[in-house]
Ligand binder design. Structure first.
Ligand code: UDP
Ligand code: MG
Length: 175
């Protein structure tokens, strides 16, 4: 008998400050809806430098890292836009489906119908202002979802948790 394994995955999507400033939230969510996944977490977040550095820690040795931190904290787009919309999507093959709709990192190389291909740009300082973030692998997704969301902010139980005196927290927060 042939067994078909359905891989239910979770992935983090961020609408970055340029996406908010340029009023692209509706267009972005419409494109993402094409993946036919469930949203199981959603919130608006002010991003401080610590969270920005944690999120992009794999790029800390890159020459554009400081500019990237300024971009993601909203420093570049002004106080009013110093925020991000964060989502957790759930479903079969969620990571690859969302990455396809997100498009390649460099907006000039991204499929023109993808979010980054449609709306992204390269700044004069060379940063790819590509409007959205999405997780690249299951390991990355788990680390990022745990970084951006507390267990009670997600409507499904997706990773192990533990109870402490101050509430329910991720059992292994920093994979
Ligand atoms: N980035 C950039 N220049 C580069 C590579 C990356 O400005 O040469 C920025 C861009 O905003 C990108 C983010 O850093 O989305 C994270 O880079 P990563 O390689 O993880 O790409 P992603 O997973 O976002 O496609
Ligand atoms: Mg990445």
């Amino acid at each position: 008998m042939l067994a078909i394994v359905i891989m239910v995955e979770h992935t983090l999507v961020l609408i970055k400050p340029d996406g908010l400033k340029r009023l692209l939230t509706g267009s972005i969510l419409t494109k993402l809806a094409g993946a036919q996944l469930m949203i199981i977490g959603a919130k608006v977040v002010r991003v401080d430098e610590n969270l920005a550095r944690q999120h992009y820690r794999h790029l800390s040795d890159k020459p554009f890292f400081d500019e990237l931190v300024k971009y993601i904290t909203g420093d570049i787009h002004g106080e009013e836009f110093s925020r991000i919309l964060a989502f957790v999507y759930r479903g079969e093959d969620a990571i690859a489906k969302i990455r396809k709709i997100t498009g390649a990192t460099n907006p000039e190389e991204a499929d023109p119908t993808s979010i980054r291909g449609s709306f992204g740009r390269i700044t004069t300082t060379g940063v790819f202002e590509n409007v959205v973030h999405s997780s690249g692998t299951p390991e990355e997704a788990e680390r990022e979802i745990k970084l951006w969301f507390q267990p009670r902010e997600i409507v499904c139980n997706i990773y192990p948790v533990r109870e402490t005196e101050s509430g329910i927290i991720w059992a292994w927060p920093d994979n």
